[in-house]
Design a protein around this ligand. Structure first.
Ligand SMILES: [Zn+2]
Length: 131
């Protein structure tokens, strides 16, 4: 009878380990940091992180398989957003645990507009036509 409890605990730890596995990559942490400010499309992540799109898609796939993010197709763009906001508490704890000396510098960057990005979020007012 008591064995059952142990089994539940084990599978729970396995699930937690899977979560940490999904988080265990600098690029994926950077992606989550951006998605903290709201949903972002792949090209936005590409511009913000200077990784190739294929690489970012690969990392997003891991996060999606782990049930952390979800994609939303809108025309030509695919937007990603976090569906497990609890993950940010883990990121915060990790940041505190690894914080170097000095006051908390603004490491948190909201999903603001980027000059080198052409996603709908970055150029919301499309009134000018070049050429
Ligand atoms: Zn953008």
């Amino acid at each position: 009878m008591t064995v059952q409890t142990l089994t539940i605990t084990e599978s729970q730890h396995e699930a937690e380990a899977r979560l940490f596995k999904a988080l265990m990559h600098p690029a994926r942490l950077a992606i989550l940091d951006i998605l903290r400010g709201g949903e972002a499309c792949v090209c936005h992540l590409e511009a913000a992180l200077s990784y190739r799109q294929a690489y970012i898609s690969q990392q997003l796939m891991v996060l999606r398989d782990a049930g952390l993010v979800q994609d939303r197709r809108d025309g030509w763009n695919v937007f990603y957003h976090v569906i497990q906001p609890q993950v940010f508490a883990i990121l915060d704890a990790a940041r505190l645990a690894t914080a170097q000396s000095g006051p908390s510098s603004a490491g948190r960057k909201a999903a603001g507009r980027l000059e080198n990005c052409a996603c709908p979020n970055c150029c919301s007012d499309s009134g000018t036509s070049p050429g």
